[in-house]
Design a protein around this ligand. Structure first.
Ligand code: NAP
Length: 257
């Protein structure tokens, strides 16, 4: 897959899945704009790439910052071809939590922030030359199943599927394809924080928590960030030109629609 002339924006590109997506698309020659909150993490990702990536520090829940950053990126790399809305926060939430219920934080980032990113990108995707433009949201297997203690994460990731379905219809006349990816366990810091939470709740080691979690995964292992990146590359390719409004599972068989 060659994306040599394509400008692709990735949110949450400073770590984990977002970094792997940046590396995958960089290898295919894309011009990349990388967004996230921690400048040092973005700079580190940019340093791993062959191409010269543009990066900017922003909080996706700040709508005007997102709009400014996308306009700025288009000034650097030219018209946008695609957005991979990958940024998100994980973890549990409860009204009983010390420090308060994180529900708003989860929804503000995972849902509102993703929506702001999509709308900011849309402004630079429309009215360009012929050929598909793309918006891809990284949702989660927790959009498919309920998990106790994860109401904010489950709700925000499930809402992304409604967002994708609606925008896929709304933006089809503009030639913009809108899809979601729903990963299961992927070997990143976020996943290990989840396993540490499970280990703490059950008073077991993180290795034991990992073993319990993998018991629900038929292939018996976590996914790799590069495997999610490969699916992103496929969705951005001409081979997926007929795919829109979809939510594609990549979870080692842990959930089957
Ligand atoms: P990660 O390494 O924690 O990546 C999350 C990224 O999002 C970070 O680079 C973070 O960077 C960025 N981010 C968080 N809040 C942000 C905000 N308000 N504004 C801008 N950037 C923000 O974890 P990951 O596993 O790669 O997660 C990537 C995506 O995959 C997330 O949407 C996650 O929900 C989803 N996912 C992960 C798994 C899994 O098992 N790992 C499974 C299903 C879905 P900063 O902290 O620098 O902002």
């Amino acid at each position: 897959m060659e994306f040599t002339t394509k400008h692709i924006a990735i949110t949450g590109a400073g770590s984990g899945i977002g970094r792997a997506i940046a590396q995958r698309l960089d290898r295919a020659g894309a011009k990349l704009s990388l967004f996230g909150r921690r400048p040092e993490a973005l700079e580190e990702t940019a340093g791993l790439l062959r191409g010269s990536a543009h990066w900017a520090s922003l909080d996706i829940s700040d709508r005007s910052a997102v709009e400014f950053a996308f306009t700025d990126a288009v000034g650097v790399h030219g018209p946008l071809h695609a957005l991979v809305a990958n940024a998100g926060v994980g973890g549990s939430n409860s009204p009983a939590d010390e420090g308060g219920d994180r529900f708003d934080e989860l929804v503000d980032t995972n849902l509102r922030g993703t929506y702001y990113s999509m709308r900011a990108a849309q402004a630079h995707l429309v009215g360009r030359e012929a050929g598909a433009r793309h918006i891809i949201a990284i949702s989660s297997i927790l959009a498919r199943i309920g998990v106790p203690g994860y109401s904010g994460y489950c709700a925000s990731k499930t809402a992304l599927l409604g967002l994708v379905r609606s925008l896929s219809v709304e933006l089809a006349p503009e030639g913009i394809l809108v899809n979601a990816i729903c990963p299961g366990w992927v070997d990143t810091d976020m996943a290990w924080e989840g396993l540490d939470g499970m280990a703490g709740a059950l008073a077991i080691s993180r290795e034991a928590a990992h073993s319990i979690a993998m018991g629900d995964v038929p292939i018996g292992r976590m996914g790799k960030p590069a495997e999610v990146a490969g699916l992103v590359a496929y969705l951005l390719s001409d081979d997926a030109a007929g795919t829109t409004g979809s939510a594609i599972d990549i979870n080692g068989g842990a959930f089957m629609a």
